[in-house]
Design a protein. Structure first.
Length: 208
């Protein structure tokens, strides 16, 4: 491996750094975007069951908010009704939407970085290819003719950097798209949960 890095020249080092960062982000997002941490399947039904007869205490709402991101969104609606019994349906929806946007922002954390790596890696590989071509042309100059060793080094720089860049860019783009799809699915789940919670919570409000 070290001999390959030596043959690829200095342009390989930014690509190695990108590969380490991309791998770390992929592992972190796999851990953070688990359903148990974002939207537990039975959480909404449990909240509807607990609040069937009355609103929960602030301690229960705090535990709900700490359980998951969906719990934070549902807790935002509960807190709005508890704090303002005369809240209108539009204001309650705004409370859910605000909490939903904050949750979406949390889920999208680091995804832009992963997308940037997927887009920048081929450009870094192109830079390595250009540098390798410069080495190749330089090996053909001079009065003594070509330099086979410099020519081989230039070819190595061009090919290794191109290949390594594609090895980084393709998986990074695939995982970026995958995580984007997961975030969109969770956002849809949050919207559907809010639609069920709004009429449920409006039963506890004091109509003006």
């Amino acid at each position: 491996m070290f001999s390959i890095i030596q043959a690829a020249g200095w342009p390989i080092w930014p690509l190695i750094a990108c590969s380490i960062v991309a791998l770390a982000l992929i592992i972190e997002r796999f851990s953070s975007l688990r359903a148990s941490r974002i939207a537990p399947p039975k959480l909404l039904d449990e909240v509807l069951s607990v609040t069937r007869a009355s609103l929960p205490s602030p301690e229960v709402v705090n535990k709900l908010a700490a359980s998951s991101l969906l719990g934070q969104v549902l807790a935002a609606g509960l807190r709005s009704v508890i704090a303002e019994p005369r809240i209108s349906e539009s204001n309650l929806r705004i409370a859910f939407e605000t909490a939903g946007r904050a949750a979406a922002h949390t889920m999208e954390r680091y995804l832009n970085t992963l997308g940037t790596i997927a887009a920048a890696a081929p450009l870094l590989g192109l830079l390595g290819t250009v540098i390798g071509m410069i080495e190749i042309f330089a090996s053909q100059g001079g009065a003594t003719g070509g330099n086979p060793q410099q020519l081989a080094h230039g070819i190595s720089i061009a090919l290794y950097n191109t290949a390594f860049a594609l090895i980084i860019a393709i998986p990074s783009l695939m995982f970026y798209r995958y995580f984007r799809g997961k975030v969109d699915e969770y956002v849809l789940d949050f919207e559907q949960a809010a639609e069920r919670m709004v009429p449920h919570l409006m039963r506890f409000t004091v109509q003006r």
